[in-house]
Design a protein around this ligand. Structure first.
Ligand code: ZN
Length: 1094
């Protein structure tokens, strides 16, 4: 079979092209789109600017003026919360906790007359505002004293490592909230027992105490730089690729004394030499064409190498091996943009490596799935498992089945085969695709996955042309395209019944903290307008999605918002141990029909609970209730949970504070990532069965056990968002932006994904936010356009160079309008008998995505150090195999990297020193758990920028330039104190201001007259009418638009306390937590490789 055939550029299908109105990155819909009934994924209701940006009235009431416990006045400013964004998760297959959910007896610890008695938990309370409010308050105050809570941990529980760690030299570490250190005294006094010591003055561990890769000790300090001549024959790969990269150091004996690159390394020297007190001039990387001199630099860079590939290999005199002599991510990204960003990527040819994720390019589907849907670690896989084992290159695909597409690209066509349904192979059940081979004049087809010969049903018969191709091939998406959809028949539906449209249930924590911060009022106000923007399908006038509302603290309040009611009705369920839904009719409603009642409810909720003193919450019963409500309504759906605290109230899933930083670097560290009880997994399983996806918005003031609370969102394909120390004035924009995006997201519900492969390989492992009850089916209660599943493949037989290898990802899901569909993505890969072909067709960004997810799952079960060592060993084996089998013979002193993998060491080092694998003293247990689960469903572009942040100089490019300034490498050396930089990693956004920035620039951007007057930690730039201000604010907007979560800005001044946080993201430098610098890691990697080769 030849899958290499070229395909006419524009298939002409008989059906109108779906416009996919909802899929535009920048503006959510707005277009009316095609009216074809089969349009997948609905338009959103209108342009995003339709949002009311004005804060809801009455917001200033946020801290309750009456009844607020005194401690609330003691709250410390929380500052910015980083890691407060992004939230998907993994824990697929469920971590191995075996604790079973324990149903507690239906205790009712409070004696409110309204509290149901015995088995009558629900109380119907029609209310006008006054009575209910009073009743609820009465209930709440009656419960105040139920203070059986977990004892506070010893104050050392949040300690910062062994006492030998360095005292913080800079006095107190700024409580920026970035690492989630919580202020003391936020909780009212009655709940102090659950409080945790705040973090006042974190100490930093001495680097040597962090285990992991530490450079071998040597006698003295390492010299400021390692020197060594570049050897002849090395070729610094320019754009034309496929040249190995030689980062060389000479054989030891040839080195000048003390300059040995391959020898043991000592501690790093100070960052700046005395001669260069400021910052070294910026260099935009090495390798490839040399960049011209940068404008505005004080002096020419003394030893800037010009490794132009144009000039070919050239011997260079001995020189300092500065960081410019090692592969630069910036240069690689820029080369790819220049070389591959101009032409569309056409998918007709098997085994083509797509442009990098950092390159803007268009895709033309000519038979293989777009790289927006599937990216592979290699596009040429070894024919045998022996070869694969030798190379150690993981064979994996990162799949984003519902990926959003740019407006220029068509969304998948929808094919309707009527009652017969999609055509499949009888044996392996693969779906009809362009690689199926029609034979016997078109009466049969041979399956490209299992070789089974199948009959073609009469209604699908078509004649073949002289090449053996069906004459209608280009009229049928499933015969000519890489991606398309089938309408599913009733056979593909649960209980053989077509699904109902899904529902959204908003579940709002109304305990003291949620009220005090102004969250409840803000949220209710926002929902009034946001409900007009629920996802719609195609040309539908209104969303088919129904909505419901629940509020809760340690009891649940359901609301009847039936359109015929004059006022909403509340029903209280206090028997949280045996959760059920007290009403069916009137709970899930159409927004337009019930608009008046809903608006009334949203107006009343903040008032009803304004004086609450209830601080305890439940969690599991809330999700249980939402899931039961969906079950009763016989539909799939999504729960939006807005939650503030560790659920310590007596109920299933009750948690205790088990935060213990002393476990870091011990064998028990893994428990910090594992859920505390099995109740959450049990619940998640039930949710998946019901198609109930859970999105969790967390607003913690202290430890909430993210590792446990995020289990249900992770296993149901949902998202977690975290806003530590939420305050309306500081965090409103970020929260509302995330919420709007999340609510409007197109979601596939009740989904099952299966990845089929041609004979010889098979999918063996899966990473992402989903549940698996068997070894092949990835179950997703919900799946949105951001969620990614990474799949690993292994050989189970020999592959064939001629036929290549095929992947087919089939996603069965229910659309927002309740239509059952199958989305199919196909991808053909090459197979090789020479290892060099494998290395020539690798995609390092995808490899890193896989390796990071592998490691982040590994910490659930293995000591973190063991996980790091595994990654280092694997990387060394990959590179050693290349050196041994593919590189031309050369001195052992040379480090030779495959062109496609020359960034593997720098990127892998970033993974190794990330907060999950090598935590600094500042990061909390919750933030580690949060980041861990975020990464596990990130796509390749997200992991790329997350591990290697973008650093953009602001005043170097001409002010009139509209394009993004070229990035510089993430190292302090690249910072000029006369410039400003934006740094972003998809979660965090910093504006770093050098101490010597011109006064005029400071004035233009901050509206103050000097550097010293700039407020450190500022999160909003003043809106000023000058070109620089407009440009920088425009750039910030543009960066935010590129990311799936809102990045809050933090202004950092050079030499300011906050700079410590910023430097954490300069990933080429040695980190405070002991992470190696890029140069050191490369040397270490070189040593490992040499050991493997010797
Ligand atoms: Zn088959």
């Amino acid at each position: 079979m030849n899958v290499n055939q070229s395909v006419p550029p524009v298939p002409s299908f008989g059906q109108p092209q779906p416009v996919y109105p909802g899929y535009h990155q920048s503006s959510y819909g707005g277009q009316s789109g095609s009216t074809a009934p089969t349009i997948p994924y609905g338009a959103y209701n209108g342009p995003v600017p339709g949002y009311q940006q004005t804060p809801p009235q009455g917001m200033s009431r946020a801290p309750p003026s009456s009844g607020a416990p005194p401690a609330s006045t003691a709250q410390a400013p929380c500052g910015q919360a980083a890691y407060g964004q992004f939230g998907q998760g993994d824990v697929q297959n469920g971590p191995s906790s075996t604790v079973q959910m324990q149903r507690l007896p239906g205790s009712q610890p409070f004696g409110s007359p309204l509290a149901p008695v015995g088995n009558q938990p629900a109380v119907l309370q029609p209310y006008g505002p006054p009575p209910t409010s009073a009743q609820v308050t009465a209930q709440l105050s009656g419960m105040q004293i139920s203070g059986a809570v977990a004892p506070a941990p010893p104050s050392s529980g949040l300690g910062y490592g062994p006492p030998t760690s360095l005292a913080s030299a800079s006095g107190s570490f700024p409580n920026s909230g970035l690492y989630g250190s919580y202020p003391q005294g936020q909780a009212p006094p009655l709940s102090q027992a659950q409080g945790h010591p705040g973090i006042q003055t974190p100490q930093r561990s001495a680097p040597s105490q962090a285990s992991g890769f530490t450079p071998p000790a040597s006698g003295g300090p390492r010299l400021p730089s390692m020197t060594g001549p570049l050897l002849p024959g090395q070729s610094f790969g320019g754009p034309s690729v496929s040249q190995p990269n030689h980062v060389s150091s000479p054989p030891p004996q040839a080195l000048p004394p003390g300059t040995q690159m391959t020898g043991p390394l000592g501690p790093l020297p100070p960052m700046h030499s005395p001669q260069q007190p400021g910052y070294q001039p910026q260099q935009n990387g090495s390798f490839g064409p040399a960049r011209g001199p940068q404008p505005n630099y004080g002096s020419p860079y003394p030893a800037a190498p010009t490794f132009g590939s144009q000039s070919g290999p050239q011997p260079l005199p001995p020189k300092r091996l500065d960081p410019d002599a090692i592969p630069s991510p910036i240069q690689v990204i820029e080369d790819d943009r220049n070389n591959r960003g101009t032409e569309p990527f056409v998918t007709g040819v098997r085994g083509q490596v797509p442009p990098l994720v950092t390159t803007n390019f268009l895709v033309k589907d000519q038979g293989n799935a777009s790289p927006r849907y599937i990216r592979c670690t290699s596009y040429n896989i070894p024919c045998t498992s022996d070869m694969a084992k030798q190379a150690q290159v993981p064979l994996a695909a990162v799949i984003k089945p519902l990926a959003r597409l740019p407006p220029e690209e068509a969304s998948p066509y929808v094919v309707d085969h009527g009652e017969s349904g999609p055509l499949r192979c009888n044996r392996c059940k693969a779906y009809m695709c362009p690689f199926m081979q029609f034979i016997e004049g078109g009466r049969r087809f041979q399956c490209c996955f299992c070789s089974c010969i199948n009959d073609v049903p009469p209604q699908y018969f078509q004649h073949l042309d002289h090449t053996g191709k069906r004459v209608d091939a280009y009229d049928r998406p499933e015969l000519s395209l890489g991606s398309y959809e089938f309408l599913a028949t009733v056979d593909y539906c649960k209980n053989n019944k077509f699904p109902s449209p899904p529902a959204f249930i908003f579940m709002i924590d109304v305990s003291y903290n949620a009220i005090r911060t102004g969250l409840v009022r803000l949220l209710c106000e926002e929902l009034k307008s946001l409900l007009d923007f629920l996802p719609r399908e195609g040309g539908a006038e209104e969303s088919a999605i129904r909505v419901g509302f629940v509020t809760y603290n340690k009891v649940l309040h359901f609301y009847n918002v039936k359109s015929s009611l004059a006022q909403p009705q509340m029903m209280v369920v206090s028997d949280v141990a045996d959760m059920f839904v007290p009403l069916l009719d009137g709970f899930l409603v159409n927004v337009n029909e019930s608009r008046a009642v809903i608006t009334s409810l949203l107006d009343q909720i903040p008032e009803m609970f304004a004086d609450t003193r209830e601080t305890e919450t439940v969690f599991v019963p809330v999700i249980q209730a939402g899931m039961e409500a969906l079950k009763a309504a016989e539909c799939a759906g999504k729960l939006f949970l807005f939650h503030t605290s560790l659920p310590i109230a007596e109920a299933p899933g009750k948690l205790k504070n088990r935060d213990d930083r002393k476990l870091i670097n011990t064998d028990k560290e893994k428990t910090l990532f594992q859920p505390q009880t099995g109740a959450y997994q049990t619940l998640a399983k039930e949710c998946v069965a019901q198609g109930c996806c859970v999105d969790l918005f967390l607003f913690p003031n202290q430890y909430v056990d993210v590792a446990t609370l995020s289990v249900v969102p992770q296993l149901t394909g949902g998202s977690v968002y975290k806003y530590a120390c939420f305050q309306v004035e500081n965090d409103q924009e970020r929260f509302l932006s995330d919420l709007r995006r999340d609510v409007q997201k197109v979601v596939g519900f009740d989904a099952v994904m299966r990845v089929r492969t041609s004979t010889g390989i098979r999918a063996v492992d899966f990473f992402g936010a989903f549940y698996m009850s068997n070894t092949t089916d990835v179950e997703l209660a919900g799946l949105d356009g951001d969620k990614t599943v990474t799949v690993e493949f292994k050989h189970d037989d020999r592959l064939n160079e001629e036929s290549g290898a095929l992947l087919q990802c089939a996603l069965l899901y229910t659309s927002c309008a309740g239509q059952r569909r199958l989305r199919i993505h196909n991808l053909a890969l090459n197979c090789c008998t020479q290892l060099a072909d494998l290395y020539r067709n690798c995609e390092t960004d995808t490899l890193i995505n896989y390796m990071a997810k592998f490691a982040y799952r590994g910490v659930l079960n293995s000591p973190v150090k063991a996980v790091r060592d595994t990654l280092i060993t694997q990387c060394a084996q990959i590179l050693a195999c290349y050196r041994k089998n593919c590189a031309s013979p050369s001195s052992a002193g040379q480090l030779i990297l495959p062109e496609c993998m020359k960034l593997l060491p720098v990127y892998l080092n970033c993974v190794l020193k990330s907060d999950v694998l090598q935590p600094g003293a500042e990061i909390t247990t919750d933030d580690r758990a949060y980041v861990r689960q975020l990464v596990t469903s990130m796509d390749v572009a997200e992991t790329n920028v997350f591990f290697y942040p973008r650093l953009l100089p602001l005043t170097k490019s001409p002010i009139e330039s509209t394009t993004e300034p070229p990035a510089v490498r993430a190292s302090e050396e690249r910072l000029s104190n006369g410039d400003m930089y934006l740094l972003e990693n998809g979660l965090n956004l910093f504006l770093w201001v050098g101490a010597s920035v011109q006064q005029g620039v400071v004035q233009s951007l901050f509206s103050v007259s000097s550097f010293s007057q700039i407020t450190s930690g500022l999160s909003v730039l003043p809106v000023l009418d000058n070109p620089l201000s407009k440009k920088v604010r425009g750039l910030i907007d543009s960066l935010r638009a590129q990311r799936s979560r809102y990045m809050k800005l933090i202004v950092v001044k050079q030499e300011d306390k906050l700079e410590m946080l910023f430097k954490h993201f300069l990933v080429e430098d040695k980190s405070l937590s002991g992470g190696a610098s890029y140069v050191d890691f490369l040397c270490h990697m070189h040593k490992e490789i040499r050991q493997l080769l010797s």
